[in-house]
Ligand binder design. Sequence first.
Ligand code: AMP
Length: 470
Amino acid sequence: MTVITENEVIQEQITFESLGLAPEILKALSEFGYTTPTPIQAQAIPVALAGGDLMAGAQTGTGKTAAFALPLLQKILPLASTSASPARHPIRALILTPTRELAIQVEESVKVYAKHTNLRSLVVYGGVDIKTQTPSLMRGVEILVATPGRLLDHVEQRTLQLGQVQMLILDEADRMLDMGFMPDLKRILALLPKQRQNLMFSATFSNEIKKLSEAFLNNPTLIEVARSNATAENVTQKVYLVEQANKHAQLAEILRGSDASQVIVFTKTKLTASRLAKQLQREGLLADAIHGDKSQKERMEALEAFKQGKVAVLIATDVAARGLDIDQLPMVINYEIPSAPEDYVHRIGRTGRAGASGTAISLVSPEEEKYLKEIEKLIKREIDKEKSTVSAAARAPRDSHSREKRQDRGESMNPAPRPLPKSKSKDPWFDKPYEPSQNATAPQAANRPASSRSKTPVAALLGGLRRQDS
Ligand code: AMP
């Protein structure tokens, strides 16, 4: 196996032109505002263009999509056809992703890069009526982005043929394994021509990933843009040691005291994500949840609202958050830390992207301290810890403290902030399973009578927030 390290690539000398990309692709890149390849692109593109297999370690945010999409387009460009006949547009490149959101984002990028070519792309994923995807598939596409389960559904329905695939890309391979896609992957690989090029991307390099790469890749070049399992240097990490029952109060305090305009809060379960989103909405925050029980439409709406700044606090489970391309997120909070330490790396990779600084705060209960130790072992670093002093009873003085802080910063204050609810709610809603809301992006508070709405939205994220009742 060849291993390329960052030092071996003198990046300043590399341009998209010098990589030998076709004028059609270069035109799209320059129109889209890309001037220089990112480190993963500078390293991966030449290897992929030379036709070799690739095992690349890169997180979302590094530019990994273009690192595989550009060589892919370049390689199949000579086969592009203007013919309307589906037979002239067989699937030549298959990109597999673990989640629908990532699949959609990847295909959007492919479309942008391929806009001046005659290559067609399509995305297929589960959770929507399979029939709606069939007509476009039948017309023929050269590049198919798919989640594994839905791809196999189409195979069973004979709505697609994989016999002419010459490139396979496994994106976020580690997550695919975590999500139990190994049997599906094996089935798919058995359907592909043996003669093909394989590119595998993974944010983390576990032993399982190494095994997967040994099984599926042919003498791959290994590329890493950051030390494996390393966490970004520009992300400040902090742990609050806090009882589970006080986590909500601690979260509210962090949000109140923060300058961040947007935050992703991670939970372990869908139920906690839903409950927390509802709770924060009741407190006047523009919060929403994104998790696997929500319909695809709801997830996309919530994500779009977050991207547009209409939602300030996005509560997400690991699965739902994978692949979210949200630039310059200043802060992530782990309401519950993950039991798989690699997930911690994925989560905090949402912040501090593209050289920006970020903050990652984790609320760790005594029961979770064993997971914290595993995380510290993985990232080879001890995270700063502070014992939380927050409790339901201690809220009032701390609130006034953070009010002073904000007044010092000259921020507008409501003179009579509504106290946040005590840590446990009596509302029977919280005992109900998740029900999709009518409008995923409209916080609940907006639907309640004015009298019951928060007069003071949680101040934290207030800098960039519109008050719900204003
Ligand atoms: P990715 O890691 O593929 O999700 O990309 C993260 C973000 O970086 C996306 O918004 C891309 O559009 C952007 N990006 C990728 N490559 C470049 C580049 N060479 N120059 C500027 N932006 C880029």
